[in-house]
Design a protein around this ligand. Structure first.
Ligand SMILES: Nc1ncnc2c1ncn2[C@@H]1O[C@H](COP(=O)(O)OS(=O)(=O)O)[C@@H](OP(=O)(O)O)[C@H]1O
Length: 418
């Protein structure tokens, strides 16, 4: 600073620099006025360019399809709901899903009779039924969903539902099942066999055993395009999050995530090339659904943000994710079910899968603990927790997990619910 007093031009330059800095600080405060729940360093470039000049959309419906990375999206949605104090359309009473696999009805939502069409967020599993969803969600709601390549999806589904799906139970492994699916699959076993064929088609509300007919498929694709504003692709999860963030006008921080509901590598089976081809034929409705929306996903990127911005922002997302993982996690990765120390964070285990979870660092202060807990909170625990917060007078959901709610809450050190 002493240089500033020596030479007049330098003095003026210093003044200009100081006022510029002050201006920047004020501006950055203005553009980032929304409560940032954790502070991750921002580059000077980011401070100069306001990331959200538009208005964040807060009425959002996410159709949670099965085995498509949808639990990670649900966690993002729940955190967003908490940040803005939004009302979530949660499963009623002891339901953990919105009536799935029954076709959705508004009465499956907790307190629908009292709250009516005033929910902001809806994202638990359901079988889509637009007219009933519209009774719950406001007319200006944004609808989106996610699809995954049916080949890895079927393998994931096979392992996860191994013990429940008759078609899976009676085959030795996924390759054997795919070698002659009709030997194991009986459409009459409707309740469980939905996971064994065209599960995404079913989740969108259609008949997963329908004939593969071009006219019918085109009609369904058109209807989905009318009902949904955006369809994401699990294989391009980070790209999907960036597109979502732009379309919803959310902050980058809103779409930072830790991968949830993944499996240990030793519970993944390898499909033979022949099996991969068979999935395309056996699940041809899902295959066509996926091909169609994979194309429109990339078209949408080109029409909106473009590949250059996409790449830049995907890198930013990964950098922030890494920062947050270092801040929150004991190990820098997900760990097997037997290595999860705090059983309150144990994800629901199913079939032959070892579903991974996370261990938090021991030295987190209160604020970071709150943030990190939410990043790793599995679907059922988070659903149950939000249900208790939103509906304090209702009976708490019995999770069927080893812990009772009270000890779950104590161990997670979550804030009181009323
Ligand atoms: N971010 C991200 N990117 C790519 N893939 C991801 C991501 N998050 C979760 N996953 C994978 O999604 C599978 C779990 O899907 P769901 O959470 O939808 O399953 S569930 O229906 O709710 O049980 C599960 O797949 P499998 O591991 O093959 O079973 C997860 O690994």
């Amino acid at each position: 600073m002493s240089h500033c007093h020596q030479f007049e031009p330098l003095h003026i330059r210093c003044l200009v620099i100081v006022s510029l800095c002050l201006g920047l600080i004020v501006l950055s405060g203005f553009f980032h006025a929304k409560d940032k729940s954790y502070s991750i360093s921002k580059s000077p470039e980011e401070l100069l360019i306001p990331s959200t000049p538009c208005h964040a959309k807060t009425n959002v419906m996410f159709l949670k399809t099965h085995k498509t990375a949808s639990s990670t999206v649900l966690n993002i949605m729940f955190r967003f709901a908490e940040r803005y104090n939004l009302t979530v359309a949660l499963p009623a009473d002891q339901l953990l899903h919105l009536g799935y696999p029954r076709t959705f009805l508004a009465q499956f939502v907790e307190d629908f009779e009292a709250i009516g069409q005033n929910y902001n967020i809806m994202c638990n599993h359901m079988r889509f039924n637009p007219s009933e969803v519209q009774k719950v969600m406001a007319p200006n709601t944004f609808y989106f969903s996610i699809l995954r390549n049916p080949i890895p999806l079927l393998e994931s589904s096979y392992i996860y539902y191994k013990n429940n799906v008759p078609a899976f139970r009676s085959s030795r492994d996924v390759n054997e099942y795919l070698a002659s699916p009709t030997r194991y699959y009986r459409p009459e076993d409707f309740r469980w066999n939905i996971y064994a064929r065209n599960i995404m088609w079913f989740d969108f509300g259609y008949d997963n055993n329908a004939e593969d007919n071009t006219e019918y498929i085109q009609a369904v694709l058109k209807e989905i395009e009318q009902n949904f504003h955006l369809i994401l692709i699990a294989e391009y999860f980070d790209e999907s999050m960036i597109l979502l963030k732009h379309v919803l006008c959310w902050d980058l921080d809103d779409v930072i995530y830790f991968k949830l509901n993944s499996r240990s590598q030793d519970t993944v089976q390898t499909l033979t090339p022949a099996s991969e081809e068979r999935v395309k034929a056996w699940c041809s409705l899902d295959w066509k659904l996926y091909l169609h929306f994979n194309q429109s996903f990339w078209r949408r990127i080109e029409e909106t943000i473009g590949l250059e911005v996409l790449e830049k922002e995907v890198n930013q997302l990964r950098a922030r994710q890494k920062e947050l993982m270092e801040a929150c996690l004991l190990e820098q990765e997900a760990v097997g079910k037997n290595h999860i120390k705090n059983k309150a964070f144990l994800p629901f285990q199913s079939g032959a899968a070892n579903i991974l979870g996370y261990n938090l660092r021991q030295d987190l202060d209160k604020r970071m603990l709150r943030i990190c807990q939410r990043m790793v909170m599995p679907e059922l625990q988070y659903t149950s927790y939000l249900h208790a917060v939103q509906h304090p007078h209702k009976r708490r959901k019995q999770l069927g997990l080893p812990l009772l709610w009270t000890s779950l809450q104590e161990r997670m050190q979550l804030p009181p619910t009323n």
